[in-house]
Ligand binder design. Structure first.
Ligand code: ADP
Length: 261
């Protein structure tokens, strides 16, 4: 009867609709993938010239090509800060492409927490030096090994440390601690900078979130901590923050350690 026919027609129309929708979604995914690949290539390609700029600036800073007058020194410092910022953004974009496509590729290896800390420390040493900031290391002796991706975990520590440097005053200090707590190796980075208001704390690990005033003053992408969270959680770890306005912030990450057999 006509009622059944009508239902059949409606069903066919719906099916066609679904096919069109499916085709559109597939097309959308292809475009999205192309965009992601493009972003990965661009951010990768950008890293080399930025590294070259940083190297040239370092030659200037070390006075290897002669003394700089006050004005030149000021300009050179500005360029150093900007190139550090550029490097952070490109490295975040590069990592984001992995996180977005759900392709966080972890290379697990049994490693000492000290090796990860050294890796991170070497990356930010000059950044700290530029602002005359001292990094105090308090790494417990004999920490157990962790099963971790060294580069990704170091990336997280670099992000903690470079944020700490960014939000601290010149000539201040930062504490990096590593200890065992609740069956995990806990690494924390404490700064004595401006701190973060309570109301923002729960959004600090959200993608693209930045404290509104920092967005204006400091630029950045609001991606570093979100990617850090993805990296740590993909390794069954935990990440969190404590902070008080005017007192500073302390960012933590903790990874399960390997028990002795
Ligand atoms: P980005 O630094 O690129 O903006 P992040 O995800 O690393 O992105 O940080 C997000 C926001 O968290 C920053 O914009 C800043 O507002 C705040 N923040 C991060 N670390 C600190 C810190 N150590 N002290 C004060 N604010 C911080």
């Amino acid at each position: 009867n006509s009622n059944t026919e009508e239902k059949a027609v409606v069903k066919t129309v719906k099916d066609i609709g679904s096919v069109i929708l499916l085709k559109n979604i597939t097309r959308f995914h292809e475009l999205d993938e192309a965009k992601t690949n493009f972003m990965a290539t661009i951010s990768h390609e950008l890293k080399t010239p930025i590294a070259a700029i940083k190297m040239s600036l370092k030659l200037l800073a070390d006075k290897r090509v002669g003394d700089l007058n006050e004005e030149q020194d000021y300009l050179m410092r500005n360029m150093q800060e900007d190139s550090d910022r550029l490097l952070k953004i490109t490295s975040e974009l590069l990592e984001l492409t992995q996180v977005e496509t759900g392709k966080i590729q972890l290379k697990f290896q049994q490693t000492s927490p000290q090796a990860i800390i050294d890796y991170a420390f070497n990356t930010v040493r000059f950044l700290a030096l530029q602002k005359n900031i001292r990094i105090d290391m308090q790494v417990d002796d004999g920490l157990p090994k962790v099963n971790a991706d060294v580069e990704k975990t170091a990336w997280v520590l670099v992000n903690f440390l470079s944020n700490a440097i960014r939000y601290s005053a010149e000539h201040s200090s930062i504490e990096l601690k590593a200890t065992v707590k609740q069956k995990m190796v806990e690494i924390s980075v404490r700064d004595f900078g401006k701190g973060i208001e309570d109301k923002y704390l729960e959004r600090i690990f959200d993608r693209y979130f930045q404290v509104p005033t920092d967005l204006k003053e400091k630029g950045g992408t609001g991606l570093g901590l979100a990617i850090s969270k993805d990296f740590i959680e993909a390794q069954n770890g935990k990440i969190w923050v404590e902070s008080a306005i005017g007192e500073g912030s302390k960012f933590y990450c903790a990874l399960p350690f390997i028990h002795d057999i």
